[in-house]
Design a protein around this ligand. Structure first.
Ligand code: SF4
Length: 349
């Protein structure tokens, strides 16, 4: 049995609120809807989401409190310099903190949030913050995993002709929505392109491997590029944790290099990049372009921190890494050919 009848329900939007409100009511809990979302940008978007929610609660005679605060500069300065995924924790905390404080001020015994219905949010982080605030302010955090009702709620919202947003809220999430398009546009400016291996490049890959052998160099690769017996089988064997790309010059389709982006499974939003350029094409400026393209790929895959491995002799690449904020972590003396490999750490902006 709950020792409260009413809860203050922070509400992110109308579509997410439908099923949360319905489920709370089924448990004889009366939700008082609290609109407080200074994270939603730009202003027109903020207005339409607010208006949709207010129309819904007024039509259904649901008690609500409207804290109408659109504050782009304040929001950005609060999350600065965390423009990556860490920003969400700050954003949840801001909205839930205001909810619990209002609950305390107005004498509610419990608070919650409709953010708990979305499979797109970091559910565990919201839950953790909710319980932290419960402890701090002595107001119960009403936790329930509403995620199983998300799509039902969205369908109902469509039936009711609600406005349904296409991104989470802040301008960063709006950019992420268009990331594939942004990357495609940017890629057009480069003299190279990144392609997945295919049978079309079989002879060029063999030439590539032989060029490294001739130059007495080793290919830095996690995918055993220098000892495959059968090209077609090697393609099939590429592991799916690694995004493996061939660097192709647009003007003549020549294979200039290979680059790998591996997602780190043990640490979220991190990865590693390994790269090589064909010995005869080194230090002609392609290294800089490769790095820029890989930074775009990292953004696409939401990787915020990468470790980069490169040959110590690759001056162009090392300069490009340093210019992009890369920090030297260590030097690895790798093999009998006394080749040194450098490892850098770089944060993706
Ligand atoms: S993505 Fe959503 S939760 Fe994360 S900061 Fe932006 S608005 Fe807030």
């Amino acid at each position: 049995m709950n020792d409260f009848k009413k809860i203050l329900l922070h509400t992110c939007c109308a579509p997410c609120s439908i099923k949360c409100i319905e489920k709370l009511k089924e448990d004889n809990i009366i939700p008082v809807v609290f609109w407080y979302n200074p994270n939603i940008q730009p202003f027109k978007e903020y207005e339409i989401r607010k208006k949709t929610l207010l129309t819904y609660v007024q039509n259904n005679k649901i008690e609500y409190i409207n804290r109408d605060e659109y504050s782009l500069k304040e929001f950005i300065s609060e999350i600065y310099p965390h423009f990556g995924r860490e920003r969400c924790e700050i954003c949840y905390r801001k909205r839930l903190s205001e909810t619990v404080k209002l609950a305390l001020e107005r004498g509610y015994k419990a608070f919650s949030t409709t953010l708990l219905i979305s499979p797109y949010q970091n559910h565990d982080s919201i839950k953790k913050i909710g319980y932290e605030l419960e402890k701090k302010y002595g107001i119960k955090f009403f936790y329930r995993d509403f995620r199983q009702y998300f799509y039902e709620g969205q369908n109902k919202a469509r039936e009711m002709d609600f406005y349904i947003q296409k991104y989470c809220g802040c301008i960063f999430s709006e950019e992420e929505r268009y990331m594939s398009q942004i990357i495609k546009n940017r890629e057009k400016q480069f003299s190279i392109k990144l392609l997945r291996p295919s049978t079309m490049f079989k002879n060029q890959i063999i030439y590539y491997i032989n060029s490294f052998l001739k130059a007495g160099k080793t290919i830095i690769s996690s995918q055993k590029l220098d000892d495959f017996k059968n090209y077609e089988e090697w393609i099939k064997s590429l592991d799916n944790k690694t995004a493996f790309y061939l660097v192709i010059r647009k003007s003549d389709n020549k294979l200039l290099g290979i680059v790998e982006l591996e997602m780190n499974s043990s640490e979220k939003f991190t990865g590693s990049i390994e790269y090589n350029v064909l010995p005869e094409e080194e230090e002609k400026g392609y290294e800089k372009e490769i790095l820029k393209l890989m930074i775009l790929k990292c953004r696409k895959y939401k990787i915020e921190k990468v470790s980069l491995l490169c040959d110590k002799s690759s001056k162009d690449f090392i300069n490009a890494v340093i210019l992009n904020g890369g920090i030297l972590k260590r030097e690895i003396q790798s093999d009998s050919k006394s080749r040194a490999v450098l490892e850098f750490i770089m944060y993706i902006k």
